[in-house]
Design a protein around this ligand. Structure first.
Ligand code: ARG
Length: 469
């Protein structure tokens, strides 16, 4: 092969082709490319490049004119991408090189100067942080929307009584509103976890270059300010290599999905014929192709199932990170698909809940009937006896006997006559029936955080005031 042949071979097509003597294998090209999935970050990539160019002009590495050409060129590319007029090329490997190559195609020489003082390593870390910050901002809003639906349900159903369970056995009567506020609290912590995670996401890697920083006099604080970052990163090796901010996000995301999955599980149970506590609007369910009577709670089931994907993404990222030596390694390219999938899953699941909850059909009579079974007011009878002077342990024993009698005769405590109840303890009087009612039992738990309807209303008011619902 002559030198001339060698020079015309395709290696010059690659941006880094200079030191190579043969083109990259076609399979390897496809195997190592990320553009099929990282193109999703085009907006962040362009925003990062514009800020970098402006900063380069500020410190005199680019002329004002070059900077303007670059910024204008990037804006035009953004416009093309948004209207679907941009041909992504796997030959150009990733979103960064696709956009940069197009820029040079459009504006010529100035385009080639954009990458001064930058590497794809700090560029991709910056893009990921900008992307995740944007998504966190959307997700916190979506969580609030679900919380708002829960507060509204809680307010409407503060006086609705259903059995509360422990071990999925009837325990004590509770307010349905109280149950909704339990879900609300879970999501409130999820919201705050995302906000906390956002602080550590919002740090700027640009200026770290490949791994060691750069010899150009970059004004990192200025770039950070342009991009809305809290501050520039403090260590270049760390900034280009660690993906702990994604892991942190995914663990917060996993908790959100675990919470949604628990909520979904209860909706599925409650909408079964056996419980019949709630009914989901038809548009959130599907039928069966063989069993005409079926109405399946597909949406909550899917959310429950999808929680596995997000937890899977977390585990993927943990495994991806472990054992990586400093600094950047190509392994990190594998951070994207699990993260993107988790974000999509989260958005869909939160949206499903926000849409579904306001239309939940609550069957108050079924809940009430269920609360009347299973001796849900047994603790109230024990507390009553304590107020009459019996030590709690003895009261527990007395009520246990009464419950056994109820099981044998198929009756709830409130269905026994005073005579019958007095057989278990002579201190029981006619006023016992006040505490054996569901309303009496629930109203008695009038303590901060308790299930009494007026406590539920207090919490609703506090949530409304705090979150401006
Ligand atoms: N596509 C790469 C990624 O997602 C961008 C950074 C590549 N850097 C490199 N030195 N190969 O991580």
């Amino acid at each position: 092969m002559s030198l001339a042949d060698d020079l015309t071979n395709d290696t010059t097509k690659e941006m880094w082709g200079g030191r190579f003597t043969e083109p990259v294998d076609e399979f390897v090209k496809a195997f190592t490319a990320s553009v099929t999935f990282d193109a999703r970050m085009y907006r962040q990539d362009i925003a990062g490049s514009k800020a970098h160019a402006r900063m380069l002009a500020k410190v005199g590495v680019l002329t004002a004119e070059e900077c303007e050409r670059i910024v204008k060129g990037l804006d035009d590319i953004l416009f093309d991408i948004e209207r679907g007029d941009f041909a992504w090329s796997v030959d150009l490997e990733d979103v960064h090189m696709n956009i940069e190559a197009r820029l040079t195609e459009r504006i010529g020489e100035a385009g080639k100067k954009l990458h001064t003082g930058r590497s794809r390593n700090d560029q991709v870390a910056t893009d990921m942080r900008l992307y995740l910050r944007d998504e966190i901002d959307g997700l916190t809003g979506q969580i609030r929307a679900v919380q708002k639906a829960l507060v509204e349900l809680a307010e409407r159903e503060a006086d609705t009584i259903l059995p509360g369970f422990t071990h999925l056995q009837v325990a004590q009567p509770i307010s349905f509103g109280h149950h909704m506020l339990a879900w609300f609290e879970m999501l409130d912590r999820d919201h705050d976890r995302l906000l906390d995670c956002r602080k550590r996401v919002n740090v700027m890697p640009l200026g770290s270059a490949a791994l060691a920083g750069t010899s150009y006099p970059l004004d990192r604080a200025y770039t950070a300010e342009l991009l809305g970052f809290e501050r520039p990163s403090r260590n270049s090796l760390d900034a280009v290599s660690d993906r702990d901010f994604i892991i942190e996000f995914l663990s917060a995301a996993s908790l959100i999905m675990v919470h949604l999955s628990r909520m979904a599980e209860e909706l599925i149970l409650w909408s079964s014929a056996q419980f019949g506590f709630v009914d989901l609007p038809d548009r959130f369910c599907t039928g069966s192709s063989i069993m005409p009577q079926k109405k399946n709670p597909d949406v909550p089931e899917l959310v429950r199932g999808k929680s596995g994907r997000v937890v899977g993404a977390l585990v993927s990222l943990l495994m991806l990170m472990k054992s990586q030596p400093l600094a950047y390694n190509k392994d990190n390219q594998e951070d994207k698909e699990p993260l993107f999938d988790a974000v999509d899953t989260l958005k869909g699941s939160l949206r499903a809940f926000a849409d579904m909850l306001p239309h939940l059909i609550v069957d108050r009579a079924r809940m009430r009937a269920a609360a009347l079974r299973g001796f849900s007011t047994a603790t109230d009878l024990a507390d009553y006896l304590v107020r009459k002077g019996l030590p709690f342990r003895d009261a527990h024993e007395v009520v246990g006997k009464a419950v056994r009698f109820g099981v044998e005769t198929g009756r709830d405590l409130s269905e026994m006559s005073l005579d019958e109840l007095q057989r278990f303890d002579a201190r029981i009087e006619a006023d016992v029936f006040e505490v054996l009612t569901l309303e009496g039992s629930v109203a008695a738990r009038d303590i901060e955080g308790g299930t009494a309807p007026n406590q539920v209303r207090r919490q609703v008011a506090a949530a409304r005031a705090r979150l401006g619902f």
